[in-house]
Design a protein around this ligand. Structure first.
Ligand SMILES: Cc1cc2nc3c(=O)[nH]c(=O)nc-3n(C[C@H](O)[C@H](O)[C@H](O)COP(=O)(O)OP(=O)(O)OC[C@H]3O[C@@H](n4cnc5c(N)ncnc54)[C@H](O)[C@@H]3O)c2cc1C
Length: 421
């Protein structure tokens, strides 16, 4: 590990965490991701797949609880440590970094509520889990509604509309029917789902609630895994709900708080996306740097040709830009409250674009070899391409970020005390 970190305040503990995560990224994440990338989506989640070895090793080391506070059994990382660890995960592989993080969604959100009963049911067993068998997913996107879901501030957001998946009140319970899109990360292997679902069609997309759903409830089922260009190590698939009955205690947020909660979730998730993108941008930079020190053309190594130095420097600058923006977004949203979404969106939209540029430049610097599966850049390029759509299309995030700069409305940072971290 020789990529310098400009933060001179990193403690011995921070540096040890970083070194261990870097070793894990190189020795466990990279080889697993390469193997999964070459499999069919069905093979990725079949018994005996390297995916489950990866999860078990991650859980044994406690990486599955990196977002959770110490009070509930989590790692209790500082914002800086969270950034450092996440960057290394993204450096290993963007797809597996996402897979590992989504595993913690339900326990994380349960911890966020402060509700002892939910923490006991969802968070504590997860933090104690060492075999990778408890895994969450986030079900937001629907077959007919992708960007719609995060279109807060758009004129259509509050118009009456019926979505693909709805929950209706029935006595003390809720009954869920419908489906979520094939884009649910880790949905195919999930045991729990953080389900964002409409409970008030009259309020359109603003009429959503958040439920924490054990996926072994009667009526829950899963579709076949999605086949896609990049992040093939991140398995995705539809979720189906047929008359799934859940107690009201599993509804943790109703429409009154939903827009604000969505704001907070995007503030965190986009900051994480930007951090994994930093890791990917760095991986591409390092691949190009190493290659240029070895490949001889015109009688000397590429690095000794002046324009190559310039191109490598451009890649280095992108890594530093990604890191500065993502670290600031994580710091802001973890230290104060998860409600500075515009900063996270700026970080996400910029870092994902720059990591794609770095992956593309790495291919170009490797010449023909850059296109070969013998080398990493072609995978980095395919993985990076997905990041511009993942967790919100960049254009829609920019529009929503723009609304935030012009309009004032209640923000989570004003009202919600932030516990995790
Ligand atoms: C790798 C990956 C992982 C993902 N993980 C999850 C997950 O875990 N859980 C989950 O629920 N979802 C997940 N998603 C889904 C993701 O959040 C959606 O794909 C994303 O929000 C975009 O929705 P869409 O694909 O339906 O595109 P659409 O919304 O159909 O957009 C298509 C195009 O139209 C543009 N567009 C859309 N609306 C407007 C508008 N109002 N004005 C102008 N232009 C517009 C968009 O910018 C885009 O270019 C994931 C996606 C990817 C790629």
């Amino acid at each position: 590990m020789d990529y310098f970190d400009v933060n001179l305040d990193l403690t011995e503990e921070d540096l040890a965490l970083k070194a261990a995560a870097n070793q894990f990224a190189r020795e466990v994440i990279r080889p697993t991701a390469k193997a999964l990338d070459e499999m069919t989506p069905e093979e990725v989640i079949a018994d005996g797949s390297p995916l489950f070895d990866f999860l078990r090793k991650s859980y044994e080391l406690g990486y599955h609880k990196m977002l959770l506070p110490e009070a509930v059994g989590g790692m209790g990382l500082t914002p800086l440590q969270t950034h450092v660890l996440m960057e290394e995960m993204g450096y290993g592989s963007f797809g597996l970094a996402v897979q590992l993080a989504v595993c913690s969604f339900v326990p994380y959100t349960a911890a966020f509520t402060g509700n002892e009963e939910l923490i006991k049911e969802f968070t504590v067993p997860y933090c104690e889990c060492t075999d990778g068998s408890l895994r969450s997913c986030w079900g937001g996107t629907e077959p007919d509604h992708g960007s719609d879901n995060i279109g807060m501030g758009e004129d259509f957001f509050t118009q009456p509309i019926r979505t693909n998946c709805v929950a209706k009140r029935d006595g003390d319970d809720w009954v869920i029917n419908g489906q979520k899109a094939a884009w649910v990360s880790g949905g195919t292997i999930s045991t729990h789902c953080q389900l964002h679902i409409q409970t008030d069609p009259d309020m359109g997309f603003a009429g959503f609630s958040i439920f924490l759903i054990p996926m072994d409830l009667p009526g829950c089922s899963k579709g076949k895994p999605l086949n896609k260009i990049g992040q093939r190590d991140l398995n995705q698939g539809e979720l189906f709900f047929e008359d799934v009955r859940v107690s009201d205690k599993y509804r943790i947020i109703g429409p009154d708080m939903y827009p604000m909660m969505e704001d907070g979730i995007l503030a965190l998730a986009n900051a994480w996306m930007a951090t994994w993108a930093t890791g990917l941008a760095r991986a591409a930079y390092e691949e190009a740097l190493t290659y240029c020190k070895e490949r001889v053309q015109g009688g000397r190594v590429l690095a000794e040709h002046y324009s190559i130095k310039q191109r490598i420097f451009e890649m280095f600058s992108r890594v530093e830009t990604c890191r500065a923006l993502s670290r600031a977004a994580i710091n802001l949203n973890m230290r104060i409250a998860p409600g500075f979404a515009e900063y996270s969106m700026a970080a996400k939209t910029t870092a994902t674009r720059l990591c794609l540029e770095n992956a593309s430049d790495a291919i170009q610097l490797l010449g023909g070899n850059g296109l070969s599966k013998e080398y990493l850049p072609e995978k980095l390029f395919r993985d990076a391409r997905a990041t511009l759509i993942e967790d919100g299309n960049n254009e829609i995030l920019a529009r929503r970020g723009g609304h935030m700069l012009f309009e004032s409305y209640p923000r989570p940072r004003d009202t919600i005390p932030f516990i995790p971290g």
